[in-house]
Design a protein around this ligand. Structure first.
Ligand SMILES: [Zn+2]
Length: 269
């Protein structure tokens, strides 16, 4: 009988194995990562309110937000901020998770943000979160929140349709059609734009109460989003990020901001 995977060495081996097969197994995501402008066009046009209604009922959303708030009392009241690897590791261990933070940069490795492995995979005793630290620290933190979102969904809503949930910095539009990915992304949006800030940014001129307008992203609103990320996180897309990555990060910024706006418009949260 195979014994449960529990030691650090066994977990390392599992992660190395997953990373080694990612390239071939997820070739379409790597291809999408190389064409971020296609994704941006889809995101800008997409009606986020419709996706929320279809894929994330309020009761499930509330369950996840309550669980996050239990783990982090200032959740959706203050920005989660850029937590150090030690803090992330501490949070992971409080949640009973294996945690690995390591860079994975070579050969288009930046396409990958991280992954969540359910406990059913390879006899893992505890679920596992891996974050790719080759990314900007803000991206690393948001990857962590996304993966914790998967974990909470798996624990509380029983959603474990895949053994490994990969998070690529590409094809965010696909997340909008996948209830699991959408729920995980919603947690990132709350972490970046807690309610008081969301109400401020997404007030006029977006008029977030008007559902019909939820597919618009005005230049003024995007400027607000960029300003918020700079003020709170020192994250400056134009200055700090290497050129090839800018468009990928921009698509993420548009995605999480539109999602936050839609949450306010649809669920007033
Ligand atoms: Zn995911």
């Amino acid at each position: 009988m195979t014994s449960a995977v529990n030691s650090d060495a066994q977990v390392e081996k599992l992660i190395t194995g997953i990373l080694a097969t990612t390239r071939d197994g997820e070739a379409d995501k790597f291809a999408a990562w190389k064409k971020p402008s296609d994704d941006i066009r889809r995101l800008v046009r997409h009606d986020y309110v419709r996706s929320l209604r279809r894929n994330l009922p309020y009761r499930e959303l509330k369950t996840l937000v309550d669980a996050f708030t239990l783990a982090m009392p200032s959740f959706n009241r203050e920005p989660v901020g850029m937590l150090s690897e030690e803090r992330l590791s501490g949070w992971a261990s409080e949640l009973g998770l294996h945690f690995k933070a390591a860079p994975y940069a070579g050969d288009d490795g930046l396409a990958l943000r991280g992954f969540y492995v359910t406990r059913s995979h390879g006899m893992l005793k505890r679920p596992l979160i891996y974050v790719n630290t080759a990314h900007h620290p803000l991206a690393v933190c948001s990857t962590f929140c996304h993966e914790v979102g998967h974990h909470m969904s798996a624990e509380l809503l029983g959603e474990q349709n895949e053994l490994v949930h990969f998070f690529f910095d590409a094809d965010y539009a696909a997340h909008l059609e996948d209830p699991c990915e959408l729920a995980a992304d919603v947690m990132v949006s709350f972490a970046a734009y807690p309610e008081p800030i969301a109400r401020k940014i997404f007030a006029v001129p977006w008029r977030w109460g008007l559902v019909a307008r939820a597919k618009d992203l005005t230049e003024a609103a995007l400027a607000e989003v960029v300003g918020h990320l700079k003020r709170f996180y020192g994250f400056d897309l134009m200055e700090r990020i290497p050129a090839p990555q800018k468009l990928n990060y921009l698509s993420g910024m548009i995605h999480f901001a539109k999602l936050r706006w839609a949450l306010l418009a649809e669920y007033d949260i």
